[in-house]
Design a protein around this ligand. Structure first.
Ligand code: FAD
Length: 421
């Protein structure tokens, strides 16, 4: 039985671990925290998964929250001027591309226990570079799925693929309950349970999603993506969860006064740890790392493809990487996992998927180019185009070729309008 070690028990590490034990591999996952510590930790993210990712989890029998977690049925996004005036609205239904957002503390706690139950080995250890040498010597393959952990620095930055040298946004997020936040129709004028996005010129963006957490059940997340130094950038000195809720209320009232109903007086944090703030610099790294001994380790997920969360893609991307890596590991049979094999696998993934996820994400961090303006303008008028646009979040490669140039965008819109007329 081939032995595989995975460093990191998050979306990429755990999911790959389950996939591998399902195929008969001998798998050890190293996590820097116990499942109890994960459950009682601070909120790590506000992660939404689209259907293509949920399908992967479902196939492995890991969808324990399928019935409990509310599905988001569509996206309603307002593009606003700096004073909050709405310039353009796009409202699309996700249809079969719908998805769910689940507290990652809830999920990884359960998955870690489940991994051991299914015969995987879970070692609690904050793996150092020296440990990595020992671990890779004892295994046929060593995969680093350590997310934003410091150990990911062993993978070299890919300067051609990385466009950021500083954090593009300051982030602040919280999980809350309250009036007009949960249930099937929390926004009176939106005929489905929405993900609610606001893009405010010069300030940044904020996102509110239907959510699920173990402490309160159905709730709602807020994620603010503040342009550093801009009018949304008011979360830096937040000290605790109640302070964060108060600051969210203030930001919503100030930037989008018409949304005041959705930051009600009874809005409260789901548990004292359910908030985060901070920033990081997105980076794309080379996926093969060489240890001082010469042994190789292979990166997956945020450890090598780290994008800003603005497009809600990091965990979806990690899941797509898991599928690609799992298939390739199985297809490799008993052959050695060489540098060439790793590089080809990663290059193929980047070509098919990673480049589009990264390109779309980076595109949302700057004012939209003419091609995207053309599509958004049409999407604000034609529901079929709006549905297409929001549905493409499930697989960002589908934004292409339409967003590649103004000409391509016009051709796409003309084809679509002709089709729906
Ligand atoms: C505010 C915010 C909102 C987001 N929203 C979305 C969204 O809507 N949709 C989406 O798809 N993605 C979203 N993301 C991104 C998503 O959370 C990540 O991309 C995803 O979790 C990456 O999975 P991963 O397994 O690579 O890393 P992680 O899930 O971060 O897991 C890495 C694990 O490795 C452990 N670790 C680190 N170092 C070591 C070590 N040395 N030894 C042992 N263990 C170690 C860590 O503790 C952690 O448990 C969001 C992120 C943020 C911050």
């Amino acid at each position: 039985m081939r032995k595989i070690a995975i460093i990191g028990g998050g979306q990429a590490g755990l999911l790959l671990g389950f996939g591998l034990i399902d195929k008969g591999y001998d798998v050890t996952i190293y996590s820097d925290r116990t499942s109890e510590q994960v459950l009682h930790s601070r909120l790590p993210s506000t992660t939404f998964l689209f259907e293509s990712s949920l399908k992967v989890e479902r196939a492995l029998g890991l969808n324990f929250w399928e019935e409990a977690a509310p599905y988001a049925e569509g996206i309603h996004v307002d593009f606003r001027a700096p004073d909050g005036t709405v310039g353009l609205t796009v409202q699309g239904r996700l249809h079969d591309n719908h998805g769910q957002a689940l507290d990652m503390r809830t999920k990884f706690h359960r998955w870690m226990d489940e991994f051991a139950r299914r015969g995987g080995r879970l070692v609690v250890k904050n793996v150092s570079l020296a440990d990595l040498d020992e671990i890779s010597a004892a295994n046929d393959l060593c995969i680093v799925a350590a997310g934003k952990g410091a150990i990911a620095a062993l993978f070299e930055r890919d300067d051609e693929k990385s466009v950021h040298s500083v954090p593009p946004r300051n982030l602040a997020a919280v999980l809350v309950t309250g009036s007009n936040l949960t249930g099937p129709r929390p926004w009176r004028d939106i005929p489905f349970r929405p993900m609610r996005f606001n893009f405010i010129a010069g300030a940044g963006e904020y996102f509110s999603l239907p959510y699920y957490t173990h402490t309160k059940g159905e709730c709602r997340s807020f994620l603010f993506e503040a342009i550093p130094g801009g009018p949304m950038d008011i979360f830096g000195d937040v000290r605790d969860g109640d302070d964060m809720v108060a600051r969210v209320r203030q930001a919503v009232k100030q930037l989008t006064p018409d949304e005041v109903e959705h930051v009600p007086d009874d809005m409260e944090i789901t548990d004292a740890n359910a908030w985060l703030k901070g920033s990081f610099t997105p980076v794309i790294r080379k996926a093969v790392g060489q240890l001082p001994s010469g042994r190789l380790v292979f990166g997956i997920g945020d450890a090598v493809v780290l994008n800003d969360p603005i497009a809600g893609q990091g965990a979806n991307n990690a899941t797509r990487m898991v599928t690609a890596y799992l298939d390739a590991i199985v297809a490799r049979g008993d052959a050695p996992f060489t540098r060439e094999w790793m590089e080809d696998l990663y290059a193929g993934f980047w070509e098919r998927s990673g480049q589009f996820t990264t390109g779309f994400t980076n595109g949302l961090l700057v004012p939209p180019p003419p091609s995207i303006q053309e599509i958004l303008g049409a999407a604000s008028k034609f529901p079929a185009i709006a549905d297409d646009f929001v549905g493409n979040f499930n697989d960002p490669s589908r934004f292409w070729p339409a967003i590649a140039s103004l000409e391509a965008a016009r051709a796409y819109v003309a084809g679509k309008v002709g089709h729906v007329a």
